[in-house]
Design a binder for this molecule. Structure first.
Ligand code: SGN
Ligand code: CA
Length: 527
């Protein structure tokens, strides 16, 4: 790796330790009335693993600190991503525009996010906010509009759990330790440096956890030695009525690889051979039997147990760090005037439909956790069920800062509706379009729409399949009713509303052009 420098970690840690532990009860010198904004986004952290939402793991696991944001603020129950994959979701969030307008469609061969376009952090920066971005960025191009940044910059920019490589304001550095802790400590140290500057601050704190391959911190490695975690109720989905879509992926338990399962490689394997051994399981035909398993059924369960325990253990560290951050705000008089948001770049399957990973318009990956606390303006203990898209985040943050988004921004601010303005109008549908295929996980490109009652999707790459779900009668989306005569009128109406929505958001290219986007190599994030 180029320009690998040593990192002034001792200084950083010392600064953090001091600031995080000293219980200064004084008010900040900051006279500014605009709120500070702390936007926390984890990678692949889904609502099923947050106890403020319904979680089947509640008997064994909790997220008390993340839950605190909900308790002291608002839990949003209907927030959806417009593209259920990392880089593209991040691009939508920062630009306030859908993939077809911001140009960043895919992770794999997705190129670099065009940094010349408008983004909300840059707008805040231009308008007097001190800004920082710490953690996973995953957009290829260097972040713009930040006074400080430190982002995971190993090849692919996914980030490493242990001894991560960051781009620290333009310099490559490798830091010893566990990513969740380093990222959060750096963020808290930064707040400590800027909090008394007289200017409001905006911090994007993006955890790499709990992304695959789910490596917990040492202290949480074996949190559940004797527990069998419960299974989601759709774990044994047979994909009836969805054979060519949900039923034709490489993201079932069978595709968890040796490395995911922390299997010990045979002695002496090195380099490419070792990599291949670690990745074994990723591809069709590579299903392998864990020790002691005799049937495919046993293997699926064994793999699920290993996966879910590691996933939850990774979340545990994130929750600890969120707690430390909230305590820091309390101890420094910053709680009242700081908006704290907790979310993730998309949802994730925790064995739901027999899957891990994301990508589909189905609820577990389409739906995002979203919690928001702002004691100065928002009543505590609320739940909100407006249909919100991640394209709406940018204009909302600006609105709270007293700023207007430019016309090119496609999302809408939901500030008025959550502040209880009864006259505020709000959308009754959200849009979705996913493009990446076949890597990773073999999920057909599809576009679709969710209303309160129904969801419709068209899977179009090398199949032509429509799906329709009645979200009230079938919230688990097990019955595709597109061909059910009882839903013929609904199907017709939903198709025509979707067509109109696509016009409204400007996603009007032909199917052939959509397929070209899937096939096009926009370049890779590789350094
Ligand atoms: C990696 C993972 C995939 C995952 C993508 C996208 N494989 O390639 O399982 O779907 O990231 O994730 S891994 O073995 O390298 O972990 S995303 O969060 O960036 O969208
Ligand atoms: Ca992700």
């Amino acid at each position: 790796m180029k320009n690998k420098l040593s990192f002034p970690l001792m200084l950083l840690v010392a600064l953090t330790a001091f600031s995080a532990c000293s219980p200064k009860q004084q008010k900040t010198a900051n006279k500014e009335t605009r709120p500070n904004i702390i936007y926390i986004m984890s990678d692949d952290h889904t609502t099923q693993a947050i106890t403020a939402y319904d979680s089947i793991y509640g008997k064994y696991f909790s997220t008390p600190n993340i839950d605190r944001i909900a308790k002291e603020g608002i839990r949003f129950d209907n927030v959806y991503c417009a593209n259920a994959i990392c880089g593209p979701s991040r691009a939508i969030i920062t630009s306030g525009k859908y993939s077809h307008k911001n140009g960043y469609y895919k992770n794999e061969s997705g190129g670099h996010f065009n940094p010349d376009q408008w983004t909300f952090p840059e707008e805040l920066h231009k308008n007097g906010y001190t800004t920082a971005m710490v953690g996973k960025w995953h957009l290829g191009s260097a972040p713009r509009g930040f006074d400080f940044y430190m982002y995971h910059n190993n090849p692919g920019q996914q980030g490493y759990y242990w001894n991560p490589v960051y781009d620290y304001n333009g310099k490559q550095v490798q830091v010893q330790g566990y990513a969740t802790n380093i990222t959060a400590d750096t963020a808290i140290a930064w707040i400590d440096r800027v909090k008394d500057s007289g200017k409001p601050f905006a911090l994007l704190l993006h955890f790499k956890a709990p992304h695959r391959n789910w490596f917990p911190d040492k202290k949480y490695e074996n949190m559940y030695p004797d527990t069998d975690m419960p299974y989601p109720k759709t774990f044994n989905d047979d994909y009836k009525t969805r054979e060519k879509t949900a039923g034709d992926t490489w993201m079932t338990m069978d595709y968890l690889n040796h490395k995911d399962m922390k299997m010990k490689p045979p002695k002496g394997l090195k380099g490419k051979e070792l990599q291949e051994w670690n990745n074994y399981g990723n591809k069709k035909g590579e299903a392998w039997m864990p020790p002691g398993c005799k049937t495919v059924e046993e293997a699926r369960k064994w793999k699920y147990q290993r996966f879910i325990k590691d996933y939850l253990a990774c979340v545990r560290s994130v929750d600890d760090k969120v707690g430390q951050l909230l305590d820091y705000l309390d101890n420094n008089g910053l709680t009242e005037n700081t908006i704290v948001v907790y979310t993730a770049d998309q949802g994730f399957y925790l064995g739901d439909h027999g899957f891990f990973d994301k990508r589909f318009i189905y609820e577990p990956s389409f739906r995002m956790p979203f919690l928001m606390r702002y004691p100065a303006k928002l009543k505590p203990g609320q739940t909100d069920n407006h249909l919100i898209s991640n394209v709406d985040f940018a204009p909302t943050f600006l609105d709270f800062a007293g700023l207007k988004a430019p016309a090119e921004v496609q999302g809408h601010s939901f500030k008025d509706v959550i502040e209880g303005n009864k006259d505020a109008k709000w959308q009754d549908k959200v849009y979705f379009h996913y493009y990446e295929y076949p890597f990773w996980h073999h999920v057909q490109p599809h576009y679709g729409m969710r209303t309160r009652r129904y969801k419709i999707a068209h899977f179009y790459y090398n199949i032509d399949v429509w799906e329709l779900y009645d979200m009230v009668k079938d919230p688990d989306e097990l019955h595709n009713v597109i061909d059910d005569p009882a839903y013929a009128d609904v199907a017709k109406k939903m198709k025509s509303e979707l067509k109109q929505l696509m016009k409204d958001v400007g996603d009007t290219a032909s199917l052939a052009e959509f397929r070209e986007i899937t096939d096009k190599d926009f370049g890779n994030i590789n350094y």
